[in-house]
Design a protein around this ligand. Structure first.
Ligand code: 5GP
Length: 199
């Protein structure tokens, strides 16, 4: 079935199950491509170029900034992170959809960029942004504690950041609460099906 190519931007505070939900979507929809960011930081552990990130030198990254190649980029500590525009355009031109996993600030930059595009631009035509909410701050705390990967201090920092991000959830076209993974996934699928004209 021919469907409308979507440019899906998804944000969520950490601990909301965003990565799991995105993995489930990629399993379900083989025409959705995950956007791989560029970074100037060094690869960690088993990270592979072109799989986890496109690793760039600072000089090359700055050249790409000057060329206007990024739909958004940010400097985090001493490193740059950014999303190239061309791969999104290519994926949409092929009739597939692109999903971008990005924080609230990055999403705001993408939204601003898209707003400035022509109404006929495929990125604007297919644009949709979704915010994933945790069921509650109490449950988010419980999940982060259960996950056991963070110190108490890091958990407090994540909760503080989460509250800040959730305060901006209203900027998104859609919000999905991940109270139950299967239910949240179903909501995302229903949304994608409706927007892409699958039903
Ligand atoms: P890490 O170095 O741990 O992989 O990522 C560090 C931070 O960079 C994370 O907060 C992550 O969300 C952010 N980041 C990763 N890719 C991008 C991107 O394409 N654009 C922006 N603005 N931030 C990104």
């Amino acid at each position: 079935m021919k469907t409308k190519p979507l440019f899906i931007v998804i944000s969520a505070p950490s601990g909301c199950g965003k990565s799991t939900l995105i993995d489930m979507l990629l399993q379900e929809y083989h025409d959705i491509v995950y956007s791989i960011s560029c970074t100037t930081r060094a690869p960690r552990g088993h990270e592979e170029d072109g799989l986890d990130y496109h690793f760039k030198t600072k000089a090359r990254f700055e050249e790409l900034i000057r060329e206007g190649a990024f739909i958004e980029y940010a400097q985090v500590h001493d490193n740059y992170y950014g999303t190239l525009k061309a791969p999104i355009e290519e994926v949409l031109a092929e009739g597939n959809s692109m999903i971008l996993d990005i924080d609230v600030q990055g999403a705001a930059k993408v939204r601003e960029h898209v707003r400035g595009l022509a109404n006929t631009d495929p990125l604007k035509v297919g644009y949709v942004d979704i915010f994933i909410n945790p069921p509650s701050m109490e449950e988010l705390r419980a999940r982060l504690e259960r996950r056991g990967t963070d110190t108490q201090e890091a958990i407090e920092r994540r909760l503080h950041n989460a509250a800040g991000e959730m305060a901006r959830a209203g900027e998104y076209m859609f919000q999905v609460t991940n109270d139950d993974l299967a239910v949240a996934f179903k909501r995302l699928c229903d949304l994608i099906d409706a927007l892409s004209g699958r039903m």
